[in-house]
Design a protein around this ligand. Structure first.
Ligand code: NAP
Length: 312
């Protein structure tokens, strides 16, 4: 039987997936027709390959659809859609994880080594400030899922004392894990660099607010490639002004693109990157999509299915 797959995502993604999806589907032994047609009969669609877009917001007519397969790791823009009764899978992709690891390690090392002082020039001063060894610095990763765990393991492999925080208890070699609100407070009190890789859910909004930012040692650095809503922006700006927070490297924002007048753009202790920390890579992501369709068709459990109640 030929399956009908609806590719419902922004236009810019189509050229790469038009190449990659047929290759991955063929490799998984799936006979499928991929359509982009807005007028495709919804009741004929077997699977929806999805990234947030204006054209598809009502999933009700997709009565035959067995799963919605997200191209994005973060699903906050679809997970609470009341018309979405079909199972939703998020993207966990090697390309995404490798990209995030590179971003996080790069920015951790920048702050650990104090590179900015040399890049911006010391104006003829021979200030021999030697950075500590990685083993003498503590880094925390908030969120120990597919991306957080991968990044935390890479940070630990460089020698940093690495702390991690998640919703449920975890044991990960080389990482001191904590969970729950008390666990967060302990982690923040002990860390000089915090990486936030939590999903955007009602429970994670403003994880870093005035109260939790105040727990960090003076001059601590925040690296947020997770989601903008994890941070209370006003509290962060105030902590940056007071010097309590030394620097914030931010890749994600409540409004994207970050509006031109936003104080983050011009702040001397904020680095803005335009949501480029990690991108889903079409070749590897297509393999994940094909595998999930294969599983669904053979009655096996789906990979990376979202817990709609928890929101991630
Ligand atoms: P994931 O596998 O779903 O992991 C989420 C982690 O957060 C889990 O460890 C989870 O705890 C923890 N968590 C969730 N709610 C929590 C809470 N209330 N308190 C404490 N911990 C909580 O997600 P992922 O694949 O690692 O991705 C993480 C996020 O990165 C995505 O949601 C997305 O927002 C962001 N992202 C950004 C980019 C970018 O380019 N900037 C790219 C991709 C993804 P449990 O382990 O106990 O469930």
């Amino acid at each position: 039987m030929t399956l009908t797959l609806l590719f419902s995502a922004p236009d810019r993604l189509w050229p790469a997936y038009r190449e990659a999806l047929p290759v991955a589907l063929a490799a998984a032994g799936i006979d499928a027709r991929i359509t982009r047609a807005a007028d495709e009969a919804p009741e004929a669609v077997d699977y929806i390959i999805y990234a947030p877009n204006e054209a598809l917001t009502d999933f009700t007519p997709f009565t035959r659809t067995k799963a919605v397969l997200s191209l994005w790791a973060g699903v906050e823009r679809i997970v609470s859609n009341p018309t979405l009764t079909q199972p939703l899978c998020r993207m966990v992709d090697d390309g995404l994880a490798l990209g995030m690891r590179d971003y996080v390690v790069g920015h951790v090392m920048r702050h650990h080594l104090g590179m900015d002082a040399h890049i911006h020039g010391l104006d003829g001063r021979w200030d021999q400030v030697v950075p500590p060894l990685a083993r003498d610095r503590t880094v925390a990763v908030l969120g120990l899922g597919a991306l957080g765990q991968f990044c935390a393991t890479a940070i630990a492999a460089l020698g940093f004392e690495t702390l991690g925080w998640s919703r449920s208890p975890k044991e990960i070699t080389g990482i001191t894990c904590a969970h729950g609100p008390d666990g967060l407070h302990d982690v923040l009190r002990r860390t000089e660099i915090v990486v936030t890789l939590l999903p955007n859910t009602p429970a994670t909004e403003n994880t870093l607010d005035a109260r939790t930012l105040a727990l960090l040692p003076g001059g601590a650095v925040i690296i947020n490639p997770g989601r903008g809503a994890l941070i209370d922006d006003a509290a962060l700006l105030s902590a940056l002004e007071s010097g309590r927070i030394g620097h914030a490297t931010l890749d994600v924002f409540r409004t994207e693109p970050l509006p031109a007048p936003h104080p983050y753009w011009a702040h001397p202790r904020v680095t803005v990157t335009p949501h480029i920390a990690a991108e889903t890579r079409p070749a590897t992501a297509s393999t994940v999509i094909a595998e999930n369709i294969r599983r669904s068709q053979t009655g096996a459990p789906l990979l990376h299915e979202v817990d709609k109640k928890a929101g991630y």
